[in-house]
Design a protein around this ligand. Structure first.
Ligand SMILES: *[C@@H]1O[C@H](CO)[C@@H](O)[C@H](O)[C@H]1NC(C)=O
Ligand SMILES: *[C@@H]1O[C@H](CO)[C@@H](O)[C@H](O)[C@H]1NC(C)=O
Ligand SMILES: *[C@@H]1O[C@H](CO)[C@@H](O)[C@H](O)[C@H]1NC(C)=O
Ligand SMILES: *[C@@H]1O[C@H](CO)[C@@H](O)[C@H](O)[C@H]1NC(C)=O
Ligand SMILES: *[C@@H]1O[C@H](CO)[C@@H](O)[C@H](O)[C@H]1NC(C)=O
Ligand SMILES: *[C@@H]1O[C@H](CO)[C@@H](O)[C@H](O)[C@H]1NC(C)=O
Ligand SMILES: *[C@@H]1O[C@H](CO)[C@@H](O)[C@H](O)[C@H]1NC(C)=O
Ligand SMILES: *[C@@H]1O[C@H](CO)[C@@H](O)[C@H](O)[C@H]1NC(C)=O
Ligand SMILES: *[C@@H]1O[C@H](CO)[C@@H](O)[C@H](O)[C@H]1NC(C)=O
Length: 619
């Protein structure tokens, strides 16, 4: 009959609010032990916003356990009962919240339906935890569930879920656990440095005065390999949300120094956040000057072996002159008119108007003219029109890759005449051993392979240089990461879309490159463009790596300076240039020119990508 008294205890537990402490609610694990229970608490109000207020309980030694808690209510008559500094008792329901539309976000534990608020005392001191002094975030890994060689970038991804596993928090090891162990608490971020431009809500990422990894010369945090070759996710960065008092965050850029931030920790939109009590102010902004590349070409006979190679995703470039002139200024005055430029995201002559037009001759002629106006270089250009609506990107835009080239430095190999392939013609490597030739030049690589469905087909070409040497090029724009889950979401490792397709795309390019190297192992080959993938996602690039060498490796660019894009907290490299063994053995240089990601404001950017300039030796 032992069950009888026990069920009575349980009945009492459920029917009346239990006096408890915040640490009983937060606990040592990802999920609360008290989900859906009604509790009564005594705690200090630390902060208040339009959709609730924040509580602090008694200090706790166990670093896994937060003594903070958010109370959700937008009812003005309840909000008006509390002020920061009040010690109160209240009753409410322990709830785990996640927006129904976002199943890949984590659950947030909060107190809902607060009632019976009694203010015990007012004007108590609220002392924030000082990050960097009292506690510091770990700097490499996000979650214990990111298993695999590539850590948080491992494939396969979406193998487990944080909330289902409900593990013990390990805040010294894992960034997500660190921020989870402080949920609801009030913290101070001393000397924050912004890591990106604000999003459309004025939110931005920052790191305070605490240990960081991946810090680049601008003050941003670059995605790099950490200890034991595990990709470093920079979990020491924290998203700064909108201020609770309604003040507006300043416009940040990478490296903007801000006044100290005091705020509360929460989870929203798939990330851990600090919501400042009031918006910080700008202390200093980084130097807006961007130096042009130092990698110039030369027309002297002695240096005919040297070719400069540019690469630039020009972000949906239409014939409209305003954008074209800005791109031309970058190519002329920052990239210093490389001998050949790999361009991505050239739209057709009608831009995003979906009218069946696929030709981009007006777009590209305008670009060439604008560069000629801005320099004394007149480029030739070549592209292949896609089949209308079949290559992804902005609907109607028919984006494609193109080459700009300086005719006095390079010309398309005549095989025997220049025959360009159509949208669906695969160029093939023909010719004798020692003298590979493309049967269609330029031509697309394996365009009907399912890997290129709804994506831009690679544009291959074979050139002869002024020195009389051959150069093969492949200009890529792989499928984008749209639809991936957030790096701090429930799915671990995070969902990387469409990773299988992107892996297959790389494989078809690797096969093509191998067919050139089969006929001439010493061939000069450059594969470059927007890969929409990081070097650290080794699984995706693994078929290319045994065949070609990353120019950043050849040139020994410091890993923290390897970036062409900024997404969330990370400066990262989506744009790559790979060299064949012969080119890499002769040595090469490369520079990423941060004309866009170092822009003073988001709107001052010309493209979301930075261009790259490399210098190679074809003989
Ligand atoms: C999570 O783990 C805690 C601690 O073991 C436990 O009390 C709680 O019930 C678990 N929650 C879920 C949903 O598994
Ligand atoms: C709490 O209640 C919700 C809604 O009724 C339910 O979906 C959820 O499973 C409950 N949580 C636990 C841990 O029992
Ligand atoms: C409201 O709070 C008072 C004092 O804190 C307590 O005596 C009372 O039982 C509470 N009522 C409810 C409905 O929780
Ligand atoms: C709170 O303290 C300040 C000074 O510390 C004092 O000016 C103010 O009157 C106090 N307010 C209340 C409600 O006690
Ligand atoms: C991740 O896997 C879960 C099953 O665990 C599935 O329901 C969900 O749709 C997947 N998410 C994505 C974005 O593929
Ligand atoms: C180039 O300069 C000419 C003469 O100033 C001007 O008419 C033309 O619009 C410019 N073209 C572009 C594409 O900038
Ligand atoms: C443009 O012309 C000037 C003067 O003729 C010359 O000094 C300069 O090197 C040229 N620039 C390029 C990029 O060829
Ligand atoms: C491209 O493919 C089409 C359809 O197979 C064919 O008619 C055409 O001749 C090919 N073009 C070239 C240049 O080979
Ligand atoms: C190609 O992509 C489109 C758009 O994403 C999709 O609807 C279609 O099913 C795909 N076709 C194949 C053969 O995968």
């Amino acid at each position: 009959m032992a069950w009888l008294p026990w069920s009575l205890v349980l009945a009492t537990w459920i029917s009346s609010a239990v006096c408890t402490s915040i640490t009983d609610i937060t606990g040592t694990h990802q999920r609360t032990p008290l989900s859906n229970q009604t509790v009564t608490l005594t705690a200090l109000v630390t902060a208040k916003g339009k959709s609730g207020f924040y509580l602090l309980g008694d200090p706790v030694k166990d670093k896994r356990v937060s003594n903070g808690l958010s109370v959700f209510t937008s009812t003005a008559s309840i909000l008006s009962q509390v002020e920061p500094g009040d010690r109160i008792t209240l009753t409410g329901k322990v709830s785990e919240f996640r927006p129904a539309a976002n199943p890949d976000y984590l659950l947030l534990t909060e107190l809902t339906s607060p009632t019976n608020i009694t203010v015990i005392s007012k004007n108590n001191t609220v002392t924030p935890l000082v990050l960097g002094k009292d506690r510091s975030p770990p700097t490499q890994k996000l979650s214990a569930l990111d298993v695999g060689w590539d850590g948080w970038l491992s494939v396969p991804n979406n193998q487990s879920r944080v909330d289902s596993v409900n593990g013990t928090l390990q805040p010294d090891q894992f960034g997500m656990d660190f921020w989870a162990s402080l949920l609801g608490q009030i913290v101070k971020v001393p000397q924050p440095v912004a890591l990106n431009f604000p999003n459309s809500f004025g939110e931005f990422w920052a790191a305070g005065n605490w240990p960081t990894t991946g810090k680049n010369s601008r003050g941003g945090l670059t995605l790099t390999f950490g200890p034991f070759g595990v990709p470093d996710a920079n979990p020491e960065a924290i998203f700064i949300g909108s201020a609770l008092d309604g003040t507006k965050n300043p416009k940040t850029a990478i490296g903007t120094q801000l006044s100290d931030i005091v705020g509360v920790i929460t989870y929203q939109f798939g990330f851990y956040y600090i919501l400042p009590l009031t918006a910080p102010t700008v202390i200093s902004t980084p130097d807006p000057t961007v130096a042009p590349t130092t990698l110039t070409s030369s027309s002297s006979a002695k240096n005919r072996c040297i070719i400069t190679v540019g690469d630039y995703n020009v972000e949906n470039m239409t014939p409209a002159l305003a954008h074209i002139k800005d791109v031309a200024n970058h190519i002329a005055n920052y990239m210093l008119t490389p001998d050949i430029v790999f361009i991505q995201e050239v739209q057709d002559n009608s831009g995003s108007t979906d009218n069946g037009i696929v030709s981009a001759d007006v777009t590209l002629s305008n670009l060439v003219q604008a560069i000629a106006n801005a320099s004394n270089v007149t480029y030739s250009w070549v592209d292949i029109d896609p089949v209308d609506g079949q290559d992804g990107g902005q609907p109607g835009g028919n984006i494609r890759q193109a080459y700009l080239y300086r005719p006095e430095k390079l010309h398309l190999v005549q095989t025997p005449a220049v025959i360009a392939g159509g949208a669906l013609n695969a160029t093939k490597v023909i010719g004798n051993i020692g003298k590979p030739l493309l049967n269609l030049n330029p031509g697309r690589v394996d365009p009907t392979n399912a890997a290129w469905n709804d994506s831009r087909k690679p544009l291959a070409a074979q050139w002869t240089t002024a020195s009389g040497h051959d150069l093969f090029t492949v200009n890529l724009h792989l499928s984008s990461k749209g639809g991936s889950s957030t790096s701090q979401g429930d799915a671990r490792p995070p969902v990387n879309k469409p990773v299988a397709q992107r892996t297959n795309q790389v494989q078809t390019v690797a096969n093509f490159v191998k067919s050139i190297l089969f006929r001439n192992p010493l061939a000069n080959i450059v594969v470059a463009g927007d890969f929409n993938e990081y070097s650290q996602t080794r699984a995706v690039l693994s078929s290319l790596n045994p065949v070609l060498i990353d120019i950043d490796e050849v040139a020994r660019v410091p890993p923290v300076e390897r970036y062409t894009y900024v997404f969330d907290n990370n400066c990262q490299q989506l744009d790559h240039m790979y060299l064949s063994p012969a080119l890499s053995l002769r040595g090469a240089e490369v520079e990423h020119i941060h004309v866009n990601n170092w822009a003073p404001t988001f709107n001052a950017r010309v493209s979301d990508h930075d261009p790259t300039v490399g210098r190679i030796r074809v003989c």
